[in-house]
Write a protein that binds this ligand. Structure first.
Ligand code: SF4
Length: 357
């Protein structure tokens, strides 16, 4: 953690680095060098920034920290999913998840410690809101796991960990810029997805960004009445308002978006729900991802529908012309699945498998 007397450079963009370095009265291009060392090359010791003048390096060694955070406890599940506790540069922890399915690697990052939105089926919501992450704390999760897993090819990032990313809009967008910059992490923006419960004005703002992630809307109900019980934000932005914003996003950007739908047995999985969901997807011209709920015994009482029921809902959607897929739970054993990131102690009797690093 940086102290009051040192400045943590990690997370700064080129412009902020240039402003910081101007105190040393050095040419501006050194900001680009520092930027590439940190994000493209993942070298965080100023001692090793060998293309900088020796005097500048000496000053930086003296004056700054370059702190991307630390990886703590990791828990592995059988399906090549690893949940990490990530210590943050500014103090506190979040959870970050690595998932691999054949050659496809996806990292699920957190954007806040806890969450203010209190969705009823979500463990993170039960924590309450602690604080927003900085851009450096968000991309730090990516850097640490990239190093730990020795990732040298392209991979995907989903903002589906702890927190509502659009509630922490500025840090989320700053992180997306670092991730998608060819001189930063170098990911295609097609590989970065932000999932939101539907903060409508923020979705519309996102549509105006020059560098945008893909968008996923966490819908989870087909009527405002049911959705309000599951997701209190519905009182502020009802389903139609969220869809209006998402459609505006698509029209403005020409980027398709997806609708995420966590299936809860007896709550949102009726035939009528399937019919309404198909109608919503048709109007929104969106693909639907069905996500059977990951049960959390002892913490949440919701249950997923049976496999047969889940497949029946998929078929009903498909019969109505909806593009739909089922995202079967990955990482449930390590409580690394969607809606299960909350830094809770392990449930007694559960036996998560430790993975050595
Ligand atoms: S589902 Fe997302 S927005 Fe809702 S409480 Fe959980 S983290 Fe927050």
């Amino acid at each position: 953690m940086s102290t009051d007397s040192t400045r943590n450079l990690y997370g700064l963009d080129r412009e902020s680095l240039a402003i910081f370095l101007s105190r040393y009265d050095v040419p501006e291009f050194h900001a680009g060098q520092v930027y590439r060392w940190m994000y493209q090359r993942d070298v965080l010791s100023p001692q090793r920034w060998t293309d900088l003048p020796r005097t500048l390096r000496a000053r930086l060694i003296e004056d700054v920290t370059v702190d991307a955070g630390t990886l703590g406890r990791r828990t592995g599940a059988e399906d090549e999913t690893i949940k990490y506790r990530t210590g943050l540069a500014g103090g506190g922890e979040v959870e970050t998840v690595y998932m691999r399915q054949s050659d496809r690697v996806t990292l699920c990052v957190s954007s806040q410690i806890g969450c203010a939105l209190d969705c009823d089926f979500c463990l993170t919501g039960k924590m309450g809101f602690k604080r927003h992450l900085t851009p450096g704390e968000i991309v730090g999760q990516v850097a640490l796991i990239r190093r730990d897993r020795a990732l040298d090819g392209p991979f995907n990032i989903v903002f589906m960990g702890m927190g509502e990313p659009l509630h922490n809009y500025d840090s989320t967008i700053a992180a997306v810029r670092l991730l998608c910059d060819p001189e930063g992490f170098g990911l295609s923006r097609r590989r970065v997805t932000v999932s939101t419960v539907g903060m409508a004005p923020a979705i519309e703002k996102l549509a105006e960004e020059p560098i945008r992630p893909r968008l996923a809307i966490s819908l989870n109900a087909t009527t405002d009445e049911v959705r309000s019980k599951l997701m209190p934000i519905t009182g502020k932005y009802g389903i139609e308002r969220v869809l209006e914003a998402a459609v505006r996003f698509r029209e403005r950007t020409k980027d398709a978006f997806t609708l995420e739908y966590v299936l809860l047995s007896g709550i949102n999985d009726t035939d009528s729900d399937a019919a309404r969901l198909a109608d919503i997807a048709r109007r929104a011209r969106a693909k639907v991802n069905l996500i059977p709920f990951n049960p959390v015994p002892g913490w949440l009482t919701y249950r997923p529908p049976s496999r047969a029921r889940t497949e029946a809902i998929r078929d009903r959607l498909s019969d109505r012309g909806t593009r739909v897929s089922i995202r079967w739970s990955r990482g449930a054993q390590a409580r690394a699945a969607c809606g299960q990131l909350a830094l809770l102690p392990d449930t007694p009797g559960e036996a998560p498998m430790e993975v050595s690093g």
